[in-house]
Every structure is written in C-alpha cells, then in structure tokens.
Design a protein around this ligand. Structure first.
Ligand code: PBG
Length: 325
C-alpha cells in the first residue's frame, strides 16, 4: 500500500522507536584492535600518519592492552617490528621473536581476558619488505609457505589464540593448518586474509610496521581491486583449505565483497578497516571538515550492515568508548 497510507517517515520520528527498529547494532565484541610491538623498554614511537597509534615496546604494550580491555575491547591483532631483518623473514620464526614475547607478556598479565590474534606474514621481517622469499625478482610461493608455517607454529606455541595469515600465498592456509595439527594445536583457529587487495589504503600501515617493499609492489600476490568473482574463488579455496574465519581487506571500498562473502558462504566474515581508511577520517576530523565521531560510527555500522561479523579497526577503543557511554 503506497502513499498516503504508507508513510515510512512515521517510524523515524521518535528516537526510541527509531532505535528499536534499527537493523544493525554494533556490539563490544565486534571489534579487534591492531597493535604494533617493537623492541626495547619504555618505547612509545607515535605513528605520525595514524594519530593515537604508536609502536610500543612489550612493557608499554601490556599497559595498553590493559587499558584496551578496560574499555571493553575484547581482542587485539599483533604486528611486530623486529630488531633485525633477513632475506627470508626467519627472524619471525624465532620463539624469542618480538611478537612471541609480546604474546607471552600479555597472557602473563591478562590471562585469557583478551583474545590475541597474531598476524602471520614476512613483510615486516624481510630486508626487501616483500611478503616472502624472493626468487628471480618475485615472491616464490611454495618456498614462502615454509617460513609462514614455522612463523605460525611459533606464534601459536607462544600462546596466540588465533592465527591470521595476511601474505596471500596460494596454499598457505592448508600448510599452516597442517603444521598446527601436527603439533597438537588443532584447536587454534585460522582467520585468513582471504580477499586481500593490492590497495593504496595500506600506506600509513607500512610506515607503522616498517614493511614497505623496497622494490616493485605487491600486485603479483595481492588481488586486483577490479575483481569480485576472483575474491569468491579465494574465499572458497581458503575454506576448503581449512580457514575458520575469512577476511575481506580493505573494508570500505570493498563493501560489495563483504556482502557477497557473507551471502555466498556459510562462515564468519571479518573485515579490516585499514590504516588509510582510518587516517583519512582522522585527517578530515582534525581539519574540522567532518564530525569525526559520527563518521567513525557510520563507517563501522556500514561495514557490519554489509555483512561483517568481526571488524578490525584502529578505532576499536574509541568506538567501544562511545558504545559504553
Ligand atoms: C602485511 C599487512 C599489511 C596490512 C596488514 N598486514 C600491509 C600490506 O599488505 O602491505 C595492512 C593493514 C593496514 O593498512 O591497516 N602483510
């Protein structure tokens, strides 16, 4: 029945009613906060392009984790800035690696109150900044699977609750699942960066993680932003290989991919609202061009509405503060 019998504005007038019929609700446990851990003690290196975010040494990272937990954020995603790098990223496979140390320290202080997700990739740990071993000027897929697998194993042994490979090598979920299972870690879930695009939105992160490639770019392994069907193939393969959660990254320019992932597969979907997406909102907010808090909530709501069950965002602490108000 059309106008004038039907008037959709009728349900928009009263704010209580408006909230009652809201189709999308943000909740505290929707969010994962990414953090960067670096060597040393009492080190806090602010990341200039990502206001409010810093590289933190393990001691300060633990303090930050306590604050994050107090705000109501239930999970963190850890990235490491190592003391030294090597050609293959072997430094990331050491049980004394920077992220391994951070995981043990967080677990010592907060036990299981905070879910620790460990990013698995070589780009922060290689001298050339690519995500794997270079052969003939390109990342060699199958050789890289071995460093990724031993990094994942070491992180899981250190106490990571979830392993999150972000490298985009073919077959890495299967290889990681295999090594975890062989080592009695079959209960550790894999959250795979399944549809990860070769995106300009990662710019600020590469400053934060000191992981920019020294030559070329990542287009031979990350996805072409023009493709959607290919993302479904990536997701289908990761599920077949044993992924427990699939991820779409970045989030905002890829809401259609999140939507398709949620509707075409029967599996939890995570979305990564990446560094560039965060920095743009911060910069426009600082200039007074937008209402930062309002945009922050609108962005998160749209990612959830598109179908994401989990949102990885540098705004996690600020969003939960709003939700707790
Ligand atoms: C590393 C990795 C990247 C991000 C997460 N893991 C950067 C890249 O692929 O170059 C990006 C995160 C962000 O921009 O917030 N493999």
């Amino acid at each position: 029945m059309a106008f004038p019998i039907t008037r959709l504005r009728r349900l928009r007038k009263n704010p209580i009613l408006r909230d009652m019929i809201s189709e999308t609700h943000l909740e505290l446990n929707d969010f994962i906060m990414p953090l960067f851990v670096c060597p040393g003690t009492n080190v806090n290196n602010p990341i200039s392009s990502m206001p409010g975010n810093s590289q933190l040494s393990v001691d300060l990272l633990v303090e930050e984790c306590k604050r994050i937990h107090d705000c109501g954020v239930s999970s963190v995603l850890l990235f490491g800035i190592p003391e030294s790098k090597d050609e293959h990223g072997h430094v990331a496979c050491s049980d004394d690696g920077i992220v391994q140390k951070a995981i043990r320290a967080i677990k010592d202080t907060l036990q299981n109150k905070l879910l620790i997700v460990a990013d698995v990739c070589n780009c922060e740990y290689t001298t050339h900044g690519h995500c794997g071993t270079i052969v003939d000027g390109d990342v060699h897929n199958d050789l890289t699977l071995e460093t990724l697998a031993s990094q994942a194993l070491s992180l899981a042994k250190a106490g990571a609750d979830v392993i999150a490979p972000s490298d985009m090598m073919d077959g890495r979920v299967k290889r990681i699942r295999q090594i975890l299972d062989e080592n009695s870690l079959s209960n550790i879930p894999i959250m795979s960066y399944s549809a990860k695009y070769a995106s300009g939105f990662y710019g600020p992160f590469r400053e934060a993680a000191e992981s920019a490639p020294k030559f070329g770019d990542r287009r031979s392994y990350q996805m072409n932003p023009a493709n959607s069907d290919e993302a479904m193939r990536e997701i289908a393969l990761d599920i077949e290989e044993g992924a427990d959660i699939v991820m779409v990254k970045p989030a905002l320019s890829y809401l259609d991919i999140i939507y398709r992932a949620k509707h075409e597969f029967n599996i939890p979907v995570a979305a990564y609202n990446v560094s560039g997406e965060f920095s743009m909102v911060k910069a426009a907010g600082a200039n007074g061009w937008i209402d930062e808090e309002r945009i922050m909530m609108e962005v998160a709501t749209s990612i959830k509405r598109a179908g994401a069950d989990i949102i990885i965002t540098y705004f996690a602490k600020e969003i939960t503060a709003v939700l707790n108000r």
